[in-house]
Design a protein around this ligand. Sequence first.
Ligand SMILES: [Zn+2]
Length: 241
Amino acid sequence: MQQYAILTYHQIEMAPPPPAAFRSLYVAPDSFARQMRWLQALGYQGVSMRDLMPYLRGEKVGKVVGLTFDDGYCNNLQYALPVLQDCGFTATCYVMSQLLGKTNVWDIENGVKQADLMTAAQIRQWARAGMEIGAHTQTHCKLPQIPDADAVRQIQACKAELTDILGEPVDHFCYPYGFYETRHAAMAQDAGYHSATTTRRGKVLPDADLFQLHRIPVVRSTYLPQFLLKLLTGYENGKGV
Ligand SMILES: [Zn+2]
């Protein structure tokens, strides 16, 4: 039975020193590079959501691992892109259409250090390098906490605005904070996306709902043996959110 891992990254950057908040969301550039080299050495192909879909739909079988980056940090472009290109991998970066060129303002209330998000020109650069841009709402909103009409707009307009900027379809969605209810999965499907990823942990099983895809977080403290366990075994399955 084929199961596929979709890895979740946020910032590819050295973590700020303690007691900085959410240090787990940083993966050091050299750790990221080492993880990609291991994938390659083990015969895996790192792929974007676009490239992963035929496998999730059962149309193809192979050693592929989905690579996703949430929020669209400039450090993804700076540190992850060269490594991905060097490995011949693709990856999806989920961005907010109304926060391009800004910072992770939604994190201010949690005391997270502000980091630059890619501009419109930079997401084009990411896409032209063979990578994919996915949608993460317009403003990194908490979908279950806003009226449904606003949630529909956040989901639909993000797709339209990013498609305009890129001049190519934006087909994959990711729920900010991993917050969603089943009605939001229906909204994503109705908006014309092909998939939506969550922060629920585990590999994607053959009967998975393509609009409630589980992923595997890679964080600052994910050292290589654990990275390989997450990838090669059922270690993450059933770990909850
Ligand atoms: Zn996010």
